[in-house]
Design a protein around this ligand. Structure first.
Ligand SMILES: [Zn+2]
Length: 73
């Protein structure tokens, strides 16, 4: 898989990523498997990971300012 920004090689890594859920709610997902470019900061989520992330986001309390979740495969 190639990076669509710079054409660099994408590799699978496990990282922590923040997601802005709403104007005031930020969710940090820990230990998330992503494909990351070796040359630039571009990354992408595989479809099955994205589906699970969305399911987790739907359960987050919208009143919270910061939620930290662990992505469990
Ligand atoms: Zn790149």
């Amino acid at each position: 898989m190639k990076c669509h920004v710079c054409g660099g090689e994408m590799r699978a890594v496990v990282t922590d990523l923040p997601f802005k859920l709403s104007q005031k709610t930020i969710v940090i997902l820990k230990a998330l498997p992503v494909m990351q470019c070796k040359k630039c900061t571009e990354y992408l989520l595989e479809d099955r990971v994205m589906d699970r992330v969305e399911a987790m986001m739907n359960k987050v309390d919208q009143g919270a300012e910061l939620e930290i979740l662990r992505y469990a495969a």
